[in-house]
Write a protein that binds this ligand. Sequence first.
Ligand code: SAM
Length: 436
Amino acid sequence: MNDQPSRAGVNARIAAVRTLDAVLHRGRSLKAELAAALPGLEDPRDRALVEAICFAALRQRARYDAALKAWIAKPLTKRDNELRALLMVGFAQIDALGLPAHAAVDATVEAARSLGRAHQAGMANALLRRALRESLPPADAADAWPPWLRMRLHADWPQDYRAIVDAGATPAPTWLRVNARRVARDVYAGKLREAGIESIAPENFGEALRIEDSVAVAALPGFDAGEVSIQDGAAQRVADALSAAPGSRVLDACAAPGGKAAHLLERDPSLRLTAVDSDPKRLRKVAETLARLGLDAGAELRAADAADPPGWWDGAAFDAILLDAPCSATGIVRRQPDILLHRRERDIVALTALQARLLDAAWAMLRPGGVLLYATCSILKAENEAQIADFLARAPDASAEDLGDRFGRIAGAGRQRLPGEEGMDGFFYARLRKKA
Ligand SMILES: C[S@@+](CC[C@H](N)C(=O)[O-])C[C@H]1O[C@@H](n2cnc3c(N)ncnc32)[C@H](O)[C@@H]1O
């Protein structure tokens, strides 16, 4: 049989190689690179394939690097960066995605030729065929984590270190949030079933449905009509943790792209919400999200530094404040595997300082008796329980309220969800009450 790979199939592999090369070797973000590369592919199945290849290659980077080290006599140099990306693209198709040989190998080898690497096509072919025949050599998923982060992780979570690292290399399920204003959860689950997608309704969640595989937004019925959003279960817990009273004046101090703001408004149209974000481009996403979900009348949006209230605040105290702070995102490595390539130790110093400034500023805008919910998608204690311990030490009018086991394990005055637990992302929550 002599099946030539289709041009579209080869182009998809080229797009995956270029994306991965930019992320692995030029410090680019996976999200931005995919956003630039995918529109060039006509068929939505090719776009989904490129995405799946890049995510799998980054999640399994430690194993694929170990295979390259064991199987190539001469170590790859910087000049071979594109070749390294190409081989990872091949391994991901064979190992993680389980594609048949003709799809995985032939199209990838043809991509090598199209990329001007005809002289390396034979080598690529041999290595990919070896991956088809043999299992990849064993590797430690922790090798994909930078040493400084591994050390911190170990110091913070000695018992859970292994589970956290393994969770980072495991694909995440898709969590949906059904828009309670548009459709009931069980009705939406029925629409999914009709579309051939099975979901489960996790216990103790009002609006969540979980699908075990990854699902493209385009495949979700009623997405454009605002019936559903994609949001991890841990992020959906934020609305439970804040639990603002009807009619409350609520500040979402770091609101973009607007997932949690939208959830709050879907649940309770009577909230008077001010959504602030310092990044105007990202704030436009909040406007788009709220418009899609039919919630745009419920919020006032401000592009401003939330830590500098004189620049934007009218002086009327808020009843409840959500501070979903900028953080290391170390709890969502399985969804953004390139975090492990781009995060630097000095970022943590800058982030903890910014979080403290945001906490102090937000606290001053909260009315006596009001509640501030501090949340991050980090698993580092410096950004979470230590940050809150420092805050409580300098805010004598603050006391922490325990949220209970639904929010993960006790972590100082807050609760920590570790990645992978109950299918969720890593997340931290601390509910702080201002003395009346
Ligand atoms: C974790 S994200 C928020 C996610 C959002 N709450 C949601 O559910 O979609 C943190 C946000 O904080 C914003 N941010 C960073 N520094 C800020 C500041 N000083 N004031 C306001 N927003 C800030 C970032 O632009 C980013 O959008």
